[in-house]
Design a protein around this ligand. Structure first.
Ligand code: ARG
Length: 470
């Protein structure tokens, strides 16, 4: 491929060590697509004839289909002599179509090829990730619908705070996932420019119409600067960074489910299909899925960190360092499958609604609602807070909830208390007093469910808003 100016053979160990075919074999479909597009550009520039173009493209298609099976992929990975996927496709093409295959490398460089292949690959991974995020978000919404008006305690500082609808809690995760999708859409739009025609660094030395390949490959336009295009891997880092958010959100969900599935909480019943036993302790049902989910963010973050270090301080333009960024992009291939597992796990979750309601009704979770009651009686909130705080201390000592106190006892803490206090701090009133956009009032949550559902449905159309806004 490049040995013309060399007198000595490569050190055999080094030769093996620097090859990328062992991982870039994954890029065969992208390499074939980009090569076909380049053949079209060569034809338009008058470098090859129409029948040569057709023969090259047919040969490339044949290479792709020959290697689409698992065995075919393994054959690419284990190829004895190809240095990388670009070399492999060229060798295979020459085997098929003879010296015509050598014409394909006219006016292009592996530097622009890898930049193009990797963009195509990341673009595809983004679409897969978005689809699986949408499926998970749908599963959350479905579970939220099934929970109806069932309640649970919410927590700040992991101490009981106020009652919320289970649906409200689940929709919080749907929000995170919708933000993740919007981040991935941004990334996909920004990377969607075609490096082909950039040459090794300064631009192709043939007068290629760069829009031909760009259009054929579904790119928005050709990239604007050849030096940037051949050395830019920002899109890899941006993709990995967007995935770290996905990982963080998955990890937070995993942690809460793990916690809520403990005997101490007893809120969540782990689906047996997604749990494992212990080989030592016969009674155990372990939340392996959520534990692994919680840990996976480490790999994603590690990949993003690696790329940051690989591209920092690189002089323009292409440097072989960039080859290493590929493996980091491939290291997160597990994410779409992981997300679809989580979606199925989510769909199979069952709640112990009695335990959740009991927890929501014990521990003075209606104290905010009680203070609000006094506010409506004209008491300044700071004073109301003080009065309810004193009432809670008294109730604590007595070992009862606020609504178990008599009106006479309440009046000791404020003459504003009336009989209408009791319905004002019952469970439904405590929920419904949060009657604001984004609040847990039952009607608001019903609206949020519908709104979230349509935002998820709109995800297949990237242009539509996925941002919050009721
Ligand atoms: N396998 C190489 C990579 O992934 C392809 C580009 C090689 N370019 C070069 N000038 N050696 O980076």
């Amino acid at each position: 491929m490049w040995s013309g100016r060399f007198r000595e053979p490569l050190d055999t160990e080094f030769e093996q060590w620097q090859r990328s075919i062992v991982f870039d074999w994954r890029l065969l479909p992208q390499e074939v697509a980009a090569s076909k597009a380049h053949a079209s550009a060569l034809y338009a520039a008058g470098i090859i004839t129409e029948s040569e173009r057709a023969e090259l493209r047919a040969g490339l298609d044949a290479i792709a289909s020959e290697h689409s099976s698992d065995a075919g992929k393994a054959a690419v990975r284990d190829h004895a002599t190809a240095e990388d996927i670009h070399h492999f496709v060229e060798l295979s093409l020459v085997e098929r179509v003879g010296s015509l295959g050598l014409k394909l490398h006219t006016g292009r460089s592996r530097n622009e090829q890898i930049a193009t292949d990797l963009r195509l690959y990341v673009r595809e991974q983004i679409q897969l990730t978005i689809a699986s995020l949408a499926a998970w978000a749908s599963a959350l919404v479905e579970l939220a619908k099934q929970s109806g008006d069932a309640v649970m305690p919410s927590y700040t500082h992991l101490q009981r705070a106020e009652p919320v609808l289970i649906a409200h809690w689940l929709l919080a995760y749907a929000e995170m996932l919708l933000r993740d999708v919007s981040r991935l859409h941004d990334c996909a739009a920004r990377l969607n420019y075609c490096p082909l025609g950039s040459g090794p660094i300064a631009g192709a030395t043939l007068a290629l119409d760069r829009t031909i390949a760009a259009r054929e490959l579904g790119f928005t336009a050709p990239t604007a600067n050849s030096m940037d295009a051949t050395s830019d891997r920002d899109f890899v880092l941006e993709f990995l960074t967007a995935l770290t958010f996905v990982g963080l959100h998955a990890s937070r969900f995993a942690e809460e489910i793990t916690l809520f599935a403990t005997a101490e909480f007893g809120f969540v019943l782990l689906p047996e299909a997604f749990s494992t036993g212990s080989s030592a302790m016969p009674q155990k049902k372990n939340p392996d899925l959520t534990e692994l989910l919680r840990a996976k963010v480490g790999r994603i973050h590690g990949a993003a960190e690696a790329v940051t270090l690989q591209i920092k301080g690189l002089p323009l333009a292409y440097n072989k360092d960039l080859q290493e960024t590929q493996e980091q992009a491939f290291a997160v291939e597990f994410v779409p499958q992981m997300l679809s597992l989580v979606a199925r796990f989510t769909a199979a979750l069952k709640f112990n609604q009695d335990a959740m309601r009991t927890a929501a009704q014990n521990g003075y979770l209606n104290a905010m609602a009680a203070a609000t009651y006094l506010v409506y009686k004209g008491v300044p909130f700071r004073i109301a807070h003080e009065k309810i705080g004193n009432t809670v201390r008294y109730a604590l000592e007595k070992g009862v909830e606020l609504n178990a106190l008599s009106l006479a006892e309440l009046k000791e803490f404020g003459e504003e208390f009336e009989a209408d206090f009791f319905p004002a701090v019952d469970l439904n009133a405590t929920l419904d007093c949060h009657d604001v956009i984004g609040g847990t009032a039952r009607e608001r949550v019903r609206e949020a469910l519908h709104a979230t559902e349509s935002r998820i449905a709109a995800l297949t159309h990237p242009q539509e808003a996925v941002h919050a806004g009721a």
